[in-house]
Each structure stands twice: as C-alpha cells, then as structure tokens.
Design a protein around this ligand. Structure first.
Ligand SMILES: [Zn+2]
Length: 421
C-alpha cells in the first residue's frame, strides 16, 4: 500500500518539521502510528539522509526511569529547493534547505513592459546560478517554487494575469520546467508567503492566520484550517482591490479608490509628490527634488523616520487605510494572527499604532476580536522562503504525489499536548 506508506512518511516529516527534535516514542504518540511503523519510517528517513540522530535525552515530561531516548530531527542538508519571487518590480531567486535556511540568493529589477519570456529566461539563469554556487548534490534538489504577483492558477502552473506588466496566461511552470529540467510549482506570491510562515515561521502551529504584504501593491494570503484559501478562480485575498474610498484614485484594475491606490508604496510616493508640489519649500519637497527624476519611496520612509511632519502625515494616512482593511479581514475571518510584511513596517509604531487603532480597537475587542498583530521574522527574505516552502509542500510534504492544494498540515499546540499526555 504505497499511498498509506507515503502518507505516514509525510506525517512523520511534518511532525519533525514542527516539533522536532523528537524521540521515536514521542513520534509514535503524536502520529498514533505503531512503534513498528515509526521504526521503519524513521529508519528510511535516516537512510535517505532526510533525518539525523541528534544524541539522546530523557523524556522531557519528567520520567527519568529507563534508558534515555535517541532523538531524531530533520537534516537541513537532506533536501533543497529553489524559491523564486516574481514581483512587479523585482525578482528574487534563492536556494533553501530543508529547514528553510537560505544559502544563496540573487535579485534583479524588473521594468514595466518587460517581456515575460525574457524575464523567465533571466529567472532560469538565476536558478541555475544559485544551484551551482550553492555547491549542493543535485540529486537532493526537490524542485522550484515560484510565487508570482498577480492572478495565478496553481493547478495549471500558469500566471493568468499580471496587471502592471500586462502579462496574460504565462505558462510559468512549463517554461521554467523545460528550461531547467526540474519540477516547478507556481502560486500567488501572497499565498507563498503564507506557506513560509506556516512551514518555518511564527504560524507553524497556527490553524488560522493571514499574511498582509505591502510593497508595490498590497495583498494578503489567507490560511483557514491549515489550508491556503484560494477561492474561486484562485482570486481570494486581493485586499489591494478593496474599495476604501469610493470615487478615489483610479486603480490598475479599473476601479476607483482601491487600497492599492491609498496605501501601497506607489500610492505613498504619489501622495508625497502631490504634497510636495503644493508645498515646494517644505523639507519633503526639497528631499524629493534632490532625488531627481526617479525618487524612491525609501526617501519618504527616511524622512518620516527623521521626524518630517509631511512624510509622517502621508504614512499615517496610508496606515489608517491599511488598518481599516485589516480590520475587515479580522472581523470576517477572526484569525489567531495577522503577520505583516513589507519595508513600510520597518517604521515601527509610526505605522503599527494607526493600524492597531483601526483594526484592533476596543470596539473591535468588544466584538470578540483577539487577533495578534505581528511582523514577519523573515524580513525581506519572506518571499524567497515562500517559494522554497511552496516547493517543499508540493514535492515533499504533499499527502499524495502531485497534489497541488498545498495543504499545510500540522497539529495545534493544544492538540499536540493532548496527544503527548
Ligand atoms: Zn484595484
């Protein structure tokens, strides 16, 4: 029965990922498989190098009778995957190991109007480079996971639409797969980020959480009951197109007043330039003028950090819109955690406080909202770790070979402690 054997093996890998290192006895208790199966599966994982023995210890629950138990953990160098982030303005490619450590990383800029096939060729070149420079055994490479901005069909591996570049129906998995001769999985980048948090990050043991990404655009990855919520046509989570100011600025999607036009980096820069035009003698205006033709949003962030009032006002306004959108998400899904990602959150309380006030106010708490708002612990690596996690979920942790649902399986802390008792 290869399928059941495969599923049991995946269950053990999953438990080691989330709760390792563990003794064989603890793995038995958690998985509820028989000691004989665990001996077999762990033996197989040790033989193939996916797991390692890490010495021995007594049962942590306090029983010191009998022999200490040998403990087992995942071997970081047991398998590798390449993570790709294909954003609007940047692409990043990184080689990651079984524990989500990024060993090599390359990034390059994209320009509006770039041809999708040329971009994929550059991505394929970067993938080959990180594999070569990583110096790994190619037989241990599981595949490539690509997180794309835009509308993605993960089952077909196709990028259906990327508004900013005007790309349509780009067969990312087929193109990269044939160029690299490797298996390739494709997802929306927000969903890939959620997979990173669930596989290696703060949401490893969390059933319901949402990742909110703020960059060139704003988006979210929603995980419900350990599953990424794709929705119909894989269109869920596009909070960037929530209309928060009817009749507001025109969005790439055709609507007016979308969150993207109010709180994305592009919106913040646009709003700052507008403000500078009206107040040419302000310090923000001077700063933006000094940058010449192409000022970056980083200038506005720096000015806010240094106490510039106009920059702070623009940031606070964007943060209030973000808070409002996050508040909607929190009330609809009541997640345990919302994880924030993007350079804007480096501004700390200048951004976080207005968000908390809008999203998690006393009024919200009176509705039973008890969501934790946290920042990602991966920093700007989150996108690449997302691609690596996607590849691992597709090519190592999938319940059935070829399963594209990218289900994130694990036990909650309470479920685990009940089983260990
Ligand atoms: Zn829109």
């Amino acid at each position: 029965m290869p399928t059941i054997r495969h599923q049991n093996r995946v269950a053990v890998l999953n438990i080691l990922l989330r709760y390792g290192p563990l003794s064989r006895r603890e793995i038995c208790k958690i998985t509820r498989l028989t000691p004989a199966s665990i001996t077999n599966i762990v033996g197989e994982l040790l033989d193939t190098g996916l797991a390692l023995e890490m010495g021995s210890r007594h049962d942590p629950n306090g029983r010191r009778l009998g022999r200490p138990q040998v403990i087992v953990d995942l071997n970081p160098g047991g398998a590798f995957a390449v993570g790709v982030h294909l954003g609007v303005r940047t692409a990043r490619v990184g080689l990651g190991d079984l524990k989500g450590n990024i060993l090599k990383q390359i990034g390059f800029s994209l320009h509006l109007g770039d041809d999708s096939q040329v971009v994929l060729q550059s991505v394929a070149g970067a993938v080959s480079t990180v594999i070569q420079e990583g110096g790994i055994d190619p037989r241990r490479l599981l595949g490539v996971g690509v997180g794309c901005a835009g509308l993605v069909d993960p089952k077909a591996g196709v990028l259906r639409k990327m508004y900013h570049h005007g790309w349509q129906d780009v067969a990312v998995a087929d193109r990269l797969g044939s160029a690299l001769q490797l298996p390739v999985a494709v997802e929306n980048n927000r969903n890939a980020m959620a997979m990173a948090e669930s596989t290696f990050g703060q949401a490893q043991k969390v059933e319901e959480f949402i990742v909110v990404h703020v960059g060139t655009t704003v988006g979210s990855g929603i995980v419900i009951d350990h599953r990424v919520h794709h929705g119909r046509n894989d269109a869920a989570g596009q909070i960037g197109h929530l209309v928060l100011e009817p009749g507001g600025p025109l969005c790439t999607c055709g609507q007016r007043g979308c969150l993207d036009t109010l709180a994305s980096e592009a919106a913040i820069l646009h709003r700052s330039l507008q403000l500078a035009e009206g107040k040419p003698s302000s310090s923000l205006a001077r700063l933006l003028r000094q940058a010449g033709d192409s000022p970056g949003v980083g200038l506005v962030f720096d000015a806010a950090r240094q106490g510039d009032r106009d920059a702070r006002a623009v940031i606070a306004e964007a943060a209030q819109y973000l808070g409002s959108a996050i508040g909607h998400l929190v009330r609809i899904f009541s997640p345990e955690m919302v994880i924030l990602e993007g350079p804007i959150f480096d501004l700390g309380d200048l951004v976080i406080e207005p968000i908390e006030q809008s999203a998690l106010s006393q009024a919200a708490q009176s509705l039973g909202v008890s969501t934790r708002l946290v920042r990602t612990c991966f920093g700007s690596d989150l996108m690449v770790v997302g691609g690596v996690s996607l590849a691992l979920l597709r090519f190592l942790y999938a319940a059935e070979p070829g399963d594209w649902s990218h289900e994130i399986r694990g036990l909650t802390a309470s479920g685990l402690s009940a089983r260990l008792r």
